[in-house]
Design a binder for this molecule. Structure first.
Ligand code: NAD
Length: 515
């Protein structure tokens, strides 16, 4: 079969429905052809608000599918790297326009597969749109550096070069935004990619890849291989044909990938877990601080890497903050995120809900005081899905596991401190360092917090969530390995520097010697 015919027949095969008329059969994209897993096996993608709702089936791929995709990406790299960057950017700009036009449908599909409420999935798609426009402009920058040479008649500059095939591994909590942060900068820089989306949210990443194909990205430049962490993620990180891995996910898996790739010394960009805190000082606007804590802790059902997991309050505002938070948390409406008026959707799957509940049990056993929530929400229609009540623990001490470990669910731990200095010390007292926030009217203390907090992101009088694409994104300590995806720094993650010296003196000139 010639590749063109294969593309069309596979495309129509992909539109095929499973036995469930609402469900779709999705395929891998390898070298411009939509194909099933070589094994023929598939896995299901279901709606976490109503698991009886089957969204579709996806290829349960393995090492040979990964290798085929890496080879296709390597072949495509030979020509894609030579396409002028402004031309590469045009395809991304077209993708931005398509994303913008289909925002509502893409957001609805995302709520169906991931659970977060429609306003938030619209935001997730918007982030992909923002990133596409931002990175498309980068096609006319990709700035290098020129510097004067120390020798006469000699020119010196440094330029950015693509790395080759990038392996991209993404989590489920930002199903389109995170793939977009990686695919767009990788492509504009002249790389080709193989992406492995999370198995809980494969459809949103898949829709993004389809849009890139529609926008005119040549075959083999973007490849998608669906499947699990061990079966697809591991071979992708091990493949000799992959020059760099960009991974967003848990610190636990990030460390395993770091160990596995150490021998090959391939570039590794890691964006990992967080245990983010909001500080509220005695001079804070408490209305603002309560709004921020609720949004930070319970938005996206607490499943953001930047979610507010700890609330550090000074003693004089403790009682009022806790009573207001408990009252407001009790009024949050849980349900299917596609329905109007819902504040909080389900947790992404049953295992994750059980994990959240296990941490609640740990908190109780450690002696923290459960002041609201603390159990799955199973009233009426909620019983069908993986819902968990917004949960607040008071009287948490900094050493408790619920104050140190990432829970990744709707659980907020309140810690009381006596001073600004103690608040900063407690905030810094975890292995993570992603996002942070301080509510205060005192500019001097705000500035000291910006200086002394150990985190990649600090908000003043805003919650720990809400990053914008044009700024560097990432964290310190066990949140990453020093790269920043997002902002101008994302280009550093996806390019190699080359320094170039051009001697037009017509004679041998020796640096550091001919002075
Ligand atoms: P996860 O680490 O379990 O999985 C992330 C991805 O890695 C998935 O695609 C998974 O299939 C794959 N994977 C799993 N094991 C692998 C292995 N051994 N080798 C290669 N790939 C493997 O994380 P998750 O549960 O999907 O997402 C939640 C985590 O992601 C949280 O810890 C959260 O803080 C973190 N996160 C971080 C950021 C950030 O930018 N810092 C953003 C979002 C989420």
């Amino acid at each position: 079969m010639n590749p063109q015919t294969a593309l069309h027949s596979a495309e129509s095969a992909e539109q095929a429905r499973t036995a469930d008329p609402a469900a779709r059969i999705y395929l891998n994209l390898i070298g411009g052809v939509w194909v099933p897993a070589r094994s023929g096996r598939t896995f299901e993608n279901r709606n976490p608000a109503r698991p009886s709702d089957l969204i579709g089936t996806f290829p349960e791929s393995g090492r040979e599918d990964v290798e085929a995709a890496v080879q296709a990406a390597s072949r495509a790299f030979k020509t894609w790297r030579l396409v002028p960057a402004p031309r590469r950017a045009e395809a991304i700009y077209r993708a931005a326009e398509i994303l913008r036009d289909r925002k509502e449908a893409l957001a609805r599909a995302m709520t169906r597969e991931m659970g977060k409420v429609l306003a938030e999935t619209r935001g997730d798609v918007q982030e992909a749109i923002d990133m596409a426009y931002y990175i498309a402009a980068e096609g006319r920058r990709l700035f290098g550096v020129t510097a004067p040479s120390e020798l006469p008649h000699k020119f010196a500059m440094s330029i950015r070069q693509p790395m080759g095939v990038c392996g991209l591994i993404t989590p489920w909590n930002f199903p389109m935004a995170i793939p977009s942060w990686k695919i767009f900068p990788a492509l504009v820089s002249g790389n080709t990619v193989v992406i492995k989306p999370a198995t809980d949210t494969p459809a949103s990443a898949h829709h993004l890849v389809e849009i890139l194909v529609e926008a005119g990205v040549p075959e083999g430049v973007v490849n998608v291989v669906h499947g699990g962490g061990s079966a697809v993620g591991v071979p992708l990180t091990e493949s000799a044909g992959v020059s760099m891995i960009s991974f967003t996910g848990s610190s636990e898996v990030g460390k395993m990938i770091a160990e596995r790739t150490a021998g090959s010394l391939k570039r590794l960009s890691l964006e990992l877990g967080g245990k983010n805190a909001q500080i509220v000082l005695e001079d804070a606007d408490l209305d603002l601080a309560v709004d921020g804590a609720l949004w930070g802790a319970f938005g996206t059902t607490g499943q953001r890497c930047t979610a507010t997991s700890r609330l550090i309050v000074t003693r004089s505002v403790h009682d009022e903050m806790v009573s207001r938070l408990v009252e407001r948390a009790g009024k949050l409406r849980l349900g299917d995120g596609l329905e109007p008026g819902i504040d909080i959707g389900p947790v992404v799957n049953r295992g994750q809900r059980d994990r959240v509940h296990a941490y609640v049990e740990i908190g109780k056993a450690e002696g923290a005081k459960l002041v609201t929530g603390g159990s799955p929400a199973e009233d009426g229609a909620l019983a069908q899905g993986h819902f968990y009540k917004p949960t607040i623990f008071d009287h948490v001490t900094p050493a408790m596991r619920i104050a140190v470990e990432e829970i990744f669910g709707p659980v907020l731990s309140v810690i009381t401190v006596s001073s600004f200095e103690e608040a900063i010390q407690v905030l810094n007292g975890t292995p993570y360092g992603l996002s942070s926030s301080i509510y205060t009217a005192d500019v001097n203390r705000a500035m000291r917090a910006i200086r002394d907090i150990e985190a990649g992101i600090t908000y003043v009088n805003g919650p720990t969530i809400g990053a914008e694409v044009q700024l560097p994104f990432g964290g310190v300590k066990e949140t990453g390995n020093g790269h920043r995806e997002g902002g101008p720094t994302v280009i550093d993650a996806f390019t190699e520097w080359k320094s170039v010296y051009i001697d037009y003196s017509g004679k041998l000139q020796k640096a550091q010697i001919d002075r």
